[in-house]
Design a protein around this ligand. Structure first.
Ligand SMILES: NC(=O)c1ccc[n+]([C@@H]2O[C@H](COP(=O)([O-])OP(=O)(O)OC[C@H]3O[C@@H](n4cnc5c(N)ncnc54)[C@H](OP(=O)(O)O)[C@@H]3O)[C@@H](O)[C@H]2O)c1
Length: 213
């Protein structure tokens, strides 16, 4: 997503976990002065507050939270998963994005956009097959928390987006996923840009279609 925004003329502040060199560093070297890299473990509230302090005085047209995880054994049902693994996924996928949004929201102007990478698997209405209980539950909880956020901020003109990008060949999506990052991400970015200036919360797929809650 950082690379795609760069090709469209944007400047990006991207976060990574820890201090190891990443693809984002390569991108920053290729585009001097257009990417800043910050460190953030989204599950650590102190790190969110510290990032907020470091970014003080800045303004972001789009704040987008991408980080998320799947549970180690996707075949485990909610009856089988350990409490520790359940908590790890829920904290990372449902609680932490909301803390990031709440912590950084005042860096986004009134006509800006706040987005979170959700998943089609967060849809309760579309869940006819089951499976991936823990991941589905975490993204459904995220969607619900974002609806609470939207209701709390109903008077504000910001655009709010929960994105369902489709099944993509990433480390999480695996090699069997039908779509590459190169196919999917330009569409994801198109949808985000199309929502700028459109107040209120939407749950959208990468074609811009509404996903049933
Ligand atoms: N791939 C799909 O088919 C698919 C479909 C629907 C939704 N999504 C969602 O898309 C988002 C990106 O997933 P992906 O497919 O690109 O998976 P991925 O390749 O596993 O990437 C996940 C990213 O999240 C970061 N992350 C995880 N925990 C973090 C934490 N505590 N603090 C900061 N960063 C953290 C990871 O950082 P490290 O590399 O340092 O671990 C990694 O950069 C997720 O929210 C996922 O749920 C993916």
């Amino acid at each position: 997503m950082a690379a795609e925004f760069l090709t469209r003329g944007w400047k990006v502040v991207g976060t990574i976990q820890g201090s190891a060199r990443t693809e984002l560093h390569n991108l920053a070297d290729e585009h001097p002065g257009r990417i800043e890299i910050e460190s953030l473990d989204v599950t650590e509230p102190d790190q969110i507050a510290a990032l907020r302090d470091r970014l003080s005085g800045r303004s972001f047209d789009i704040l987008f939270h991408n980080a998320g995880i799947a549970n180690a054994n996707p075949h485990e049902s909610v009856a089988e998963v350990s409490t520790e693994e359940f908590v790890r996924v829920m904290v990372t996928n449902a609680l932490s994005p909301m803390r990031v949004i709440e912590g950084l929201q005042d860096l986004v102007p009134a006509d800006g956009l706040i987005g979170i990478m959700s998943s089609g698997q967060g849809s309760i209405g579309n869940n006819a097959k089951g499976r991936n209980d823990i991941y589905r539950g975490s993204k459904a909880a995220l969607n619900q928390f974002m609806r609470c956020y939207a209701a709390r901020h109903a008077e504000e003109p910001r655009a709010l987006v929960l994105m369902a990008p489709g099944w993509i060949r990433t480390a999480m999506g695996g090699p069997d996923a039908p779509f590459s990052v190169e196919e999917a991400i330009p569409k994801v970015v198109d949808v985000l840009l199309s929502q700028q200036g459109n107040p209120g919360l939407r749950y959208l797929d990468r074609e811009g279609h509404t996903v049933p809650w």
